[in-house]
Design a protein around this ligand. Structure first.
Ligand code: HEC
Length: 147
């Protein structure tokens, strides 16, 4: 448990404070949290590729928050593999702040690797995450807004 607490503390300090505390009482299933992470993993990619850095930062923070939720609500998931996402998330954060597309792609690959490392470690290697090839979100534009 201490391991999880530490990881959560590290994750919490990373990208900034959440806008609001989670609603009490409702506990989302782990698979549901993961499906949400998957959606944001896709959006993060297209935001970064489109150089919509504000959106990329937003999606990254949501991913960080969901991983924190998963670690807090489901203490059975291995803390070290949650912890292994911290470095790649920090690197994506730095790439986004620097508006550096090359570093973004590199760090995104490392995060995807950290997703799969945990899935493999918990016997769910059949859930294999990859860089998305096309956005399923046809109702959302990823290009930065014109100012
Ligand atoms: C620390 C461990 C861990 C990390 C890191 C992790 N996952 Fe998972 N993931 C799980 C577990 C555990 C499940 C299985 C949940 C279940 O069966 O209820 C899962 C399931 C999933 C699923 C299947 C959900 C479904 O219902 O189809 C997807 C998609 C997924 N993860 C995406 C991701 C992505 C994307 C990342 C990285 C950004 C990631 N996961 C990082 C532990 C992890």
């Amino acid at each position: 448990m201490r391991g999880i607490g530490l990881v959560v503390a590290i994750l919490a300090g990373l990208v900034g404070a959440p806008l609001a505390l989670a609603e009490e009482g409702y506990v989302p299933g782990l698979g549901d949290i993961m499906t949400t992470i998957q959606m944001r993993h896709i959006k993060l990619w297209f935001a970064g590729k489109s150089k919509n850095w504000e959106l990329a930062s937003y999606e990254l923070e949501r991913i960080r928050q969901s991983l924190e939720d998963a670690a807090t609500l489901y203490s059975g998931i291995p803390a070290e593999y949650v912890g292994a996402t911290v470095g790649p998330i920090q690197d994506i954060d730095a790439a986004v702040k620097d508006k550096n597309g090359t570093e973004f792609v590199k760090a995104y690959g490392a995060l995807t690797g950290a997703c799969n490392a945990c899935h493999q470690a918990i016997g769910r290697g059949f859930i294999a995450i990859q860089t998305p090839s096309a956005s399923p979100f046809t109702d959302q534009s990823f290009t930065p807004p014109k100012r």
